[in-house]
Design a protein around this ligand. Structure first.
Ligand SMILES: Cc1cc2nc3c(=O)[nH]c(=O)nc-3n(C[C@H](O)[C@H](O)[C@H](O)COP(=O)(O)OP(=O)(O)OC[C@H]3O[C@@H](n4cnc5c(N)ncnc54)[C@H](O)[C@@H]3O)c2cc1C
Length: 458
């Protein structure tokens, strides 16, 4: 039996930084990782996908060279082996960086293997039994496998296995038209594959407003991606050309045949093989570990951080979980998850930057609203870059004059949205942003202009 001041399970987006802070405070820490240092984000999530999105953008721009007066003599080819090698190199660099950070950390013992609770203060990893008065669970999640007819009879890809491809699929059928699915759909189209997206909901990224969904659909279909929505019943079967996906849609062909299928229909937490029942730690119906506003579980001395607590599904929310727990434990702060303003991006091109409520959510709240919007065709920087697809939109509470939410779907939208996020975090009225003097020419400079044109919601 080995005793520590703290045990951290998982070297994802919260665990390593937490180990750094706890050891810095003089604690002995055991950090257990069963697979790849850096977890999902570094190995099979953000890092490889954004690296691939960059390659896809380069291919797209190369094909559009003529529009910019750039002459390419000959055809544009995508070398998938080199595209993959670039993504692998960026990922490996990040992964080894995380591992080195942990192994060099004084006071931290890195243990590789599957961790399982044996009691509220004890964890088994192979032959080792570890005990600690504080245990931090940061086990993340994995791709869900939907219970659809034929699922056991066909080969399919998920967000991890698709990264192993070094050849272009002839026709990639993406089941799931949301954040993960759409990034892969657009990048593979730009690499040169035929791509079909099949979505069960009546529209793509159904969590977003209708106008955002519609604009995203337009961006993708203009690049030649086939989009099938309202696919009530999806089934899979072997086909001589690969896999046939049966689609019970209101309109269109009843099946789509692809050489490869990517399932991107959501994620599930890695909480089913942790022995949580041995510790008495409770989960909700989806398997997320139940936590309070400070991320403490129902068992004293046990916390859950990152995707496994169902309170965020992003790297920045997992990292913020670490800051909340560390701040409360080590600095006597009283930080809470509910203080966090939701913000995220969808990395198609152009990207969608999002913060706070959607317009739909704001309307449902019953508050009096002011709404402003502006198409990217009226943003100088977008015109100069030749990237005028999309629009920006902002929703303000008419009484408090506070910004409730915004969406920027357009070139630089993932960066420009931070101007709005900062004002929301500062808890000041929108006038502060409206009167600011932004830099010209930027996408951000039109946010004050948009605020200047706010109108009462109809
Ligand atoms: C395709 C894709 C793209 C994404 N892109 C973005 C993006 O652009 N921006 C963004 O913010 N988020 C993105 N995400 C989400 C982001 O990757 C996750 O939100 C983030 O990785 C969650 O971090 P985490 O620390 O909770 O878990 P993880 O990063 O999943 O880490 C958990 C770790 O715990 C380990 N582990 C699990 N169980 C055990 C056990 N029993 N014993 C020992 N170790 C264990 C795992 O091996 C893993 O290393 C993306 C996700 C996907 C799938």
């Amino acid at each position: 039996m080995k005793h520590f001041d703290a045990i951290i399970i998982g070297a994802g987006q919260a665990g390593p930084s937490l180990a750094g802070r706890l050891t810095g405070a003089g604690m002995s820490v055991a950090l257990v990782e069963r697979k790849l240092f850096g977890g999902t984000c570094v190995n099979t999530g953000c890092t490889p996908t954004k690296t691939l999105v960059a390659s896809a953008y380069a291919a797209h721009l190369a094909r559009r060279g003529d529009e910019y007066g750039i002459v390419v003599d000959g055809a544009i080819h995508v070398d998938m082996r080199r595209v993959k090698a670039r993504a692998d190199a960026v990922t490996a660099n990040s992964r080894t960086g995380v591992e080195k950070f942990l192994r060099d950390m004084s006071g931290c013992t890195v243990i590789e293997g599957q961790a399982r609770f044996e009691g509220p203060n004890s964890i088994r990893v192979g032959e080792d039994l570890l005990t600690a008065p504080r245990i931090f669970i940061n086990v993340g999640g994995r791709a869900s496998v939907p219970d659809m007819p034929g699922i056991g009879e066909v080969p399919y890809l998920n967000n991890s296995s698709i990264l192993e491809l070094d050849q272009l699929p002839e026709h990639l059928v993406v089941v799931g038209g949301s954040y993960v699915g759409l990034e892969f759909a657009q990048m593979y189209r730009r690499f040169g594959a035929q791509v079909t997206v099949i979505e069960k909901a009546p529209r793509l990224v159904a969590r977003e407003d209708d106008d955002v969904s519609e604009a995203i659909r337009g961006i993708l279909t203009r690049e030649g991606i086939t989009v099938r929505v309202g696919a009530e019943c999806i089934s899979l079967a072997r086909h001589e050309r690969g896999v046939s996906v049966g689609i019970d849609c209101a309109e269109g062909e009843p099946e789509s045949v692809g050489s490869h299928i990517l399932l991107a229909v959501g994620r599930r937490p890695n909480t089913d093989d942790l022995g949580l029942e041995e510790a008495g730690v409770t989960t909700d119906a989806r398997g997320n570990i139940t936590v309070d506003d400070s991320l403490a579980t129902n068992v004293p001395g046990v916390w859950a951080l990152g995707d496994c607590n169902g309170r965020g599904a992003f790297t920045h929310t997992a990292y913020n979980d670490f800051e909340i727990v560390a701040g409360n434990l080590l600095k006597g702060e009283s930080r809470r998850v509910s203080d966090r303003i939701p913000a995220y991006a969808l990395y198609i091109d152009p990207p969608l930057g999002r913060v706070g409520m959607t317009e739909h959510e704001a309307r449902a709240s019953g508050r009096p609203l002011l709404i402003g919007s502006r198409p990217m065709t009226r943003v100088s920087r977008a015109i100069e870059k030749g990237e005028t697809q999309g629009f920006m939109k902002i929703v303000v509470d008419a009484e408090t004059r506070r910004i409730l939410g915004a969406a920027i779907l357009g070139t630089g939208g993932d960066e420009a949205i931070h101007g709005v996020l900062d004002i929301m975090n500062a808890k000041v009225t929108y006038d502060v942003l409206e009167r600011a003097v932004p830099i010209h020419p930027t996408v951000s400079e039109l946010i004050p202009t948009m605020l200047n044109g706010l109108r009462p919601a109809g």
